[in-house]
Write a protein that binds this ligand. Structure first.
Ligand SMILES: COCCCC[C@@](O)(c1ccccc1-c1ccccc1)[C@@H]1CCCN(C(=O)[C@H]2C[C@@H](N)[C@@H](O)C2)C1
Length: 339
């Protein structure tokens, strides 16, 4: 079809290497929103014009107004989605959503209760879940599934490039229907997902330097475009932090003395017969504040309760190093070295 780009591409913005988001439109005439394309969830929500004035986070973000959209279809069913940081509540609506130039009629949630923490820190308005349909709240068909059912994509895959630092333009790119060779070198290595319905693989181990210290008997790893960092079970991450000589900050982050950074070991994630190495450049966030250099470690301890956990979550700083293809046709994930 020459009408639509056969692979819808969306440039992404990189905010401080911790938030990556791109623009979509909802409604006619188009109402623009910045959303995180999140493989760790499967619903689309944006702030609502009906959001109560009590929620500051609504008023610092774009809000969807059904009353001015010709193509709005009323639904009204209640909605609530739970994140590690708290939950977002609202109600369902339906309207034309355009992602990467591809329009779909989509059921999404208008958020009317948006917790200030963390959303006052969000540079984006909402979240567009790129997960599997069986993880979608209220059984709503996700955006990518609606796009696949139009049979206009060359391949039933989507790919994500996250830039390593903010000087890069664009800060990232989402490709619907293929990959973008401008952003990776070499070939892809593929890993089948571990259980249908999640972007999750079996990891064979985590090494610090040459030593395989964690996940020696295998463990679960979620490849999550909606997470800023790499998280692992708190016990493992605290050993990792000690091994690299980092110290704990008040608010839960870890820092190392910037002078020691170059002597720090690499951390390798063993996935599908390959070792994915993160060097210090990949896992240390070097920020200069008021002339002082702060070197923070982009690993976080997070104990996800069973049955989802225990699990490692490989987020933005992993994806910034390894260009990632999410393949819905073959239920597999491909990694290539990002440029
Ligand atoms: C790459 O861009 C990352 C976006 C930032 C994510 C995030 O850091 C964030 C920061 C500031 C304001 C809001 C949000 C944020 C909050 C909820 C949804 C989306 C973004 C999240 C903070 C809480 C823990 N966390 C998740 O659980 C995330 C895990 C993920 N799968 C989501 O479902 C929720 C990450």
């Amino acid at each position: 079809d020459e009408l639509f780009p056969s692979n819808g591409t969306t440039p992404l913005t990189n905010y401080l290497d911790t938030q990556y988001y791109g623009e979509i439109s909802i409604g006619s005439p188009a109402q623009m929103f910045n959303v995180v394309f999140d493989t760790g969830s499967a619903n689309l929500w944006v702030p609502s014009s009906h959001c109560s004035p009590l929620y500051t986070a609504c008023f610092t973000h774009n809000r969807y107004d059904a009353a001015i959209s010709r193509t709005h279809i009323r639904n009204g069913t209640g909605f609530s989605i739970q994140y590690a940081s708290g939950n977002v509540r609202g109600f369902l609506s339906e309207d034309v959503v355009v992602v990467g130039g591809i329009p779909v009629v989509q059921v999404f949630a208008e958020a009317t209760a948006l917790p200030a923490i963390p959303f006052i820190f969000a540079k984006f308005d909402g979240v567009l879940g790129m997960g599997y349909p069986n993880t979608a709240i209220d059984g709503i068909t996700p955006v990518f599934d609606r796009i696949m059912s139009q049979h206009i994509l060359k391949e039933e895959v989507f790919s994500v490039y996250y830039s390593k630092d903010q000087t890069h333009q664009p800060g990232g790119e989402l490709v619907l229907g293929g990959t973008d060779p401008n952003y990776y070198t070499g070939s892809f290595n593929y890993i089948g997902i571990s259980q249908a319905g999640k972007w999750e693989v079996n990891m064979k181990g985590v090494s610090v330097g040459a030593e395989k210290l964690f996940c020696r008997d295998g463990c679960k790893a979620v490849i999550d475009t909606g997470s800023s960092y790499i998280t692992g079970p708190a016990s493992s991450v605290s050993v990792l932090i000690k091994t690299i000589g980092a110290t704990e900050l008040a608010e839960g982050g870890f820092t190392v003395n910037c002078d020691l950074v170059k002597s720090l070991p690499s951390v390798t994630f063993h996935l599908g017969g390959h070792g994915y190495v993160l060097t210090v450049e990949d896992y240390i966030l070097w920020q200069s504040q008021f002339g002082e250099d702060i070197c923070s470690v982009t690993f976080r301890g997070l104990d996800v309760p069973p049955p989802t956990g225990p699990v490692w979550i490989l987020g933005a700083n992993f994806i910034a190093r390894y260009y990632t293809e999410f393949d819905r046709h073959n239920n597999r994930i491909g990694f290539a070295t990002a440029v």
